[in-house]
Design a protein around this ligand. Structure first.
Ligand SMILES: [Zn+2]
Ligand SMILES: [Zn+2]
Length: 103
């Protein structure tokens, strides 16, 4: 399975996102918004949904933060590890904000 690690411009905050150093970037490290591009398997890029996914919750397991993203269109939920350079101190604020505003 080919992993896609590419730089992109965030559709939400408009910041230019560079490639993640160690992991595949799938969400914006600044506002945590992601796009629904994966199907059943993370990184498979198998869905045509393409809608915006917002982080609505997160959980901490084995000292790792996992972020739960929900697709605004189809409701699909993805879990993803945080990236090393995510601004995690803002995650709590953002996830509450998105949840209140959108769902
Ligand atoms: Zn962003
Ligand atoms: Zn979707």
């Amino acid at each position: 399975m080919k992993k896609i690690n590419e730089s992109f411009t965030c559709t939400h905050c408009g910041k230019q996102i560079s490639q993640a150093a160690k992991t595949c970037r799938n969400h914006c490290p600044y506002c945590f918004v992601s796009l629904h591009v994966d199907g059943k398997i993370p990184w498979d890029r198998a869905t045509t949904c393409g809608w915006t996914m917002y982080p609505t919750a997160y959980e901490i397991r084995n000292w790792q933060i996992k972020i739960l993203f929900q697709c605004q269109k189809c409701g699909k939920i993805h879990r993803n590890k945080r990236a090393d350079d995510d601004e995690v101190e803002k995650l709590d604020m953002y996830s509450k904000q998105y949840k209140d505003a959108l769902y």
